[in-house]
Design a protein around this ligand. Structure first.
Ligand code: NAD
Length: 264
């Protein structure tokens, strides 16, 4: 016991320094904040987005503040492009440690709307099927990493439901199911698979909602009494991506200011 005196009990790393992180939809909102946070923590960040210009901008912002980032244009609904970009990112980084499946957009129509089926197919493809594409492409590289991590962005719509957005809600529930199944499947590999469920956050997706409606909604529905900021979600993502989070897998982390647990 005396030999132990002065030694730290904790041996697990809370650092992602040098880790290679691929973020989808990183040109805006939660993805952008995630790219910045990981870069601030010393990670090398592949900033990917459907919108090439916004990916370029975010990579330039990160680089201007001393971080290590590179931009790729990537539409996650394009299977061939996903394979190509993931391969390029792994070649750039030498490895791939963390995949953050974040890209998304609002998707929904009332069930009896003429365009329901079209919106359903697009929504499920973008918000659920695309995650299987990036994961399948990244897996051989994640298996080579010392602490491979997959973080999938679901939503409070993944645990509850709202009207007129069946595709979005079903897809976000599906993200949690996918996360749990893969956590079991990949458990032995040391790769953890977790989900983050943001509540209402100030980002591109919610930008069309008038500010007074946001304030009113948050006062009524959110114990913390406000919309969240993208950076508050990024910290949840970072936590699940740490080497020290090695025994957390299959979890769906609510980052919602308490919205989901509020009864009155
Ligand atoms: P955002 O609009 O600010 O960012 C979404 C990004 O995804 C954009 O840069 C967009 O260009 C990109 N994108 C859209 N389609 C793409 C595609 N096919 N391929 C690649 N990139 C694509 O919105 P956000 O809120 O930061 O969204 C990030 C994630 O958070 C989404 O999955 C969203 O469903 C989820 N989310 C957001 C909230 C919220 O209140 N903002 C709540 C719960 C969950």
């Amino acid at each position: 016991m005396t030999g132990e005196v002065g030694r730290r009990l904790s041996s697990l790393s809370r650092s992602v320094e040098g880790h290679v992180v691929l973020v989808t939809g990183a040109g805006s909102g939660i993805g952008r904040a995630t790219a910045h946070l990981f870069a601030d923590e010393g990670a090398r960040v592949a900033v990917t987005d459907l919108d090439a210009a916004s990916a370029d901008d975010v990579a330039a912002e990160v680089t201007a503040t001393g971080g290590d980032a590179r931009a790729w244009a990537l539409d996650v609904t394009d299977a061939a492009a996903v394979q190509e970009v993931v391969t390029e990112v792994a070649a750039w980084g030498g490895v791939l440690d963390v995949l953050v499946n974040n890209a998304g957009a609002a998707a929904g129509h009332p069930i009896d709307h003429d365009d329901f089926e079209e919106t359903w197919d697009l929504g499920i493809d973008l918000l659920l099927t695309s995650l299987t594409r990036t994961i399948r492409a990244a897996l051989p590289h994640l298996r080579q990493a010392a602490a491979g991590r997959i973080v999938n962005i679901s939503s409070t719509e993944g645990v509850g439901g709202s009207a007129n957005m069946a595709a979005y809600t079903a897809a976000k529930h599906g993200v949690i199911g996918l996360t749990r199944s893969l956590a079991v499947e990949l458990g032995e590999s040391g790769i953890t698979v977790n989900a983050v469920c943001p509540g209402p956050i100030h980002t591109g997706i919610t930008s069309a909602i008038p500010e007074e409606m946001k304030v009113k909604f948050a006062r009524r529905a959110v114990p913390v009494r406000r919309y969240g900021e993208p950076e508050e979600i990024a910290h949840g993502i970072l936590h699940l991506a740490l080497p020290a989070s090695s025994y957390i897998t299959g979890h769906a982390l609510l980052v919602d200011g308490g919205m989901t647990i509020k009864n009155n």
